[in-house]
Design a protein around this ligand. Structure first.
Ligand code: MLT
Length: 411
């Protein structure tokens, strides 16, 4: 008789974003003409940068000729892309990362989940609260947690609160933890981590032989020059951290799919026989077996991000969304709401007005002003009473949504 991975049965609600889509669909079936504006899931709306489009069109043409056609590429990604990433994203910032330590993939969501393949079952896992739900759900699926509680938390996971009270700075927990997920600029709160904050975690991880999973998907949105873009800007991080990066948010690749995972060769974990094993070797083995690489065409598009034209176009794209975030912050603040984030990140974290719960505010916004956001409680119990508004939309939609929200919810 076949059996299932019954860890899946522990999963509480549906994944957050499909649940939002379900509620929106129900509403639009009943109100087909409602002029809905979606500021929920952080999905980009602006077209791909021209440099990326041109590079991909050229790559498609190459695929049409015998002489330049390509079949399977390297599972780790093409060297020409990895070398540009190493030079421009890391070495330029003083991070000693080599192209061979960079793995190209089809998304950070997949990689932050898949990375658990190379870790054992008895690790104590720490996440922030609130948190990007993928880190939690993939640990549930992998059997790294106990049962779920009514507030959406799971037994066995260590939750580290980040809130207005600690300025969204995760503190070292009392209990020793082995795997730690940190996402900065933060999804969902839009907060950033200073070098000093991250140094505390790197020192902790090294002292305790723990591993940090550092999700830097939103690093392009950092405007404050003192804030690190990579964990490898922190001394010692190469010995304790894996970093995830993405082309989704900086270059609009959410539908095109391309991301990076950095596994330094210096990163070693003790095996059962007390020998130290390079995580790079395990991830390389995992990717070579379970993954056949990102398409040549898409990798050429990603490479164009590092061209002079690409860099200019990406700066404009990021600044466009940051201006949206600024408008969201300004309008909501003027209306008397408390807002956080949105300065070094495309997300604005809002205290719900009139003491409404996160989902009640979600429903009120959807039904009364036809604006969709993300309930803070969907990111964890500490997100209750908060709401995330994404800056990924057209200027017109952002301005219209703010007009509608502030007319209805002046505090
Ligand atoms: C979000 O809205 O949190 C993001 O779209 C999630 C993601 O990038 O997968």
């Amino acid at each position: 008789m076949a059996t299932i991975n019954d860890n899946y049965l522990k999963l509480k609600a549906g994944y957050l974003f499909p649940e939002i889509a379900r509620r929106v669909n129900t509403f639009t079936q009943l109100n087909p003409n409602a002029p809905i504006i979606k500021l929920g899931i952080g999905d980009v709306t602006e077209p791909l940068p021209e440099a990326c489009r041109i590079a991909m069109i050229q790559a498609v043409e190459e695929m049409g000729n015998h002489s330049s056609f390509r079949g399977y590429g390297p599972e780790q990604g093409y060297t020409w892309l990895r070398e540009k990433v190493a030079a421009q994203d890391f070495q330029l910032r003083g991070c000693d990362i080599d192209a061979s330590e960079i793995f190209v993939s089809d998304g950070s969501k997949c990689d932050t989940g898949n990375i658990l393949d190379i870790f054992g079952k008895n690790n104590t896992v720490a996440v922030t609260n609130p948190v990007y739900p993928v880190y939690v759900d993939t640990n549930v699926m992998a059997g790294n947690t106990g049962v779920g509680n009514d507030d959406g938390s799971y037994e066995g996971l260590v939750y580290i609160p980040i809130s207005t009270e600690n300025n969204f700075t995760p503190a070292i927990p009392a209990q020793k933890v082995d795997l730690i997920y940190l996402c900065f600029p933060n999804n969902p709160t839009g907060a950033v981590a200073t070098k000093e904050n991250l140094q505390v975690w790197v020192d902790y991880a090294r002292a305790n032989e723990s591993i940090i999973f550092f999700d830097a998907a939103y690093e392009a949105f950092i405007t404050n020059p003192t804030i690190p873009h990579s964990i490898y800007e922190i001394p010692g991080a190469k010995n304790c951290a894996i970093e995830f990066r993405s082309f989704s948010k900086n270059a609009g690749f959410t539908g095109t799919r391309c991301a990076l995972t950095i596994v330094p060769k210096a990163l070693k974990v003790k095996a059962a026989d007390d020998s130290y094993v390079e995580l790079w070797k395990l991830w390389n083995r995992r990717q070579s077996t379970k993954f056949n690489g990102v398409s040549y065409i898409v990798q050429r598009g990603a490479e164009a991000v590092y061209s002079e034209a690409g860099k200019e176009q990406i700066k404009l794209l990021v600044n466009f969304y940051l201006e949206n975030a600024r408008i969201i912050r300004e309008k909501l603040t003027t209306a008397g709401l408390q807002v956080y984030g949105g300065i070094n990140a495309p997300y604005v974290w809002v205290k719900t007005p009139h003491g409404l719960s996160s989902w009640d505010f979600f429903d009120e916004l959807l039904q009364n002003v036809n604006v969709v956001g993300t309930p803070g409680s969907g990111f964890g119990s500490a997100g209750e009473g908060y709401f995330r508004i994404s800056a990924f939309n057209s200027r017109r939609n952002v301005e219209e949504a703010m007009k509608r929200i502030t007319n209805k919810f002046k505090v």
